[in-house]
Write a protein that binds this ligand. Structure first.
Ligand code: AMP
Length: 215
């Protein structure tokens, strides 16, 4: 099964992708995670991407498209995959169509997780991440047992550079301008499934199960 998770920053794509990984036993391909790993490892690609990421802008297409193409060719993607954060622009969706065609595959569902903007800002400004193991917490909705410390590995929690309020507003604006048009792109292909994303992670998961369970 090939799935795309679409939604503004803070909509819960990453959280829901992880649930789907466990249930469907498919790999989650998150371009945000791949880019952050490249920044952490200080690769050439990471150096090119960092300034854009810190500014809340999209990283150039050639970088992300090459990264996804390489990742989809790995063995674990053979049964299918869950794309989280890619595509983010119509140009990327077109490149993905071409990649899938070359692989002889198609898309099953594009899950669009929909959340009002005021709620997104509240969710994102409270987000705390563990730079060591990638675990995510929220000061209000999912606090760690000990403030500032990761429950899973004891790492010191940080606010990601792109989770600062100014950057958050910029990321949401970029989403509206560049990513939201993808809804029309996939709707016209009969692939778009709108998911109300304001509920608890469990409620959203149930809505997704209704769609994916029918695959
Ligand atoms: P995310 O964790 O998905 O919110 O991604 C964090 C940042 O990585 C974004 O704000 C972009 O700067 C960059 N990024 C992630 N995915 C893409 C993509 N498909 N195209 C361009 N930039 C991306």
């Amino acid at each position: 099964m090939q799935l795309i998770l679409l939604g503004p920053p803070g909509a819960g794509k990453g959280t829901q992708a992880k649930k789907l990984v466990d249930k469907l036993r498919l790999p989650q391909i998150s371009t945000g995670d791949l880019l952050r790993a490249a920044v952490r490892d200080q690769t050439e690609l990471g150096m090119k991407a960092k300034a854009k990421m810190d500014a809340g802008q999209l990283v150039p297409d050639d970088i992300v498209i090459a990264m996804v193409r390489e990742r989809l060719q790995q063995d674990d993607c053979r049964p299918g995959f869950i794309l989280d954060g890619f595509p983010r622009a119509v140009s990327q969706a077109e490149a993905l169509d071409k990649m899938l065609e070359d692989m002889g595959r198609g898309l099953d569902h594009v899950l669009s997780i929909e959340v009002p903007e005021a709620e997104l800002v509240k969710r994102l400004t409270g987000r705390r991440s563990c730079p060591d193991c990638g675990a995510m917490f929220h000061v209000e909705f999912n606090p760690p047992r000990q403030e500032g410390i990761c429950d899973k590995c004891g790492g010191k929690l940080i606010i990601r550079d792109d989770d600062k309020e100014e950057t958050i507003r910029q990321r949401i604006a970029v989403y509206r301008e560049q990513t939201e048009p993808l809804k029309g792109y996939y709707e016209s292909r009969g692939l778009l499934r709108r998911i109300a994303g304001s509920g608890t992670p469990r409620q959203v998961e149930a809505l997704i199960d209704e769609v994916v369970g029918k695959a």
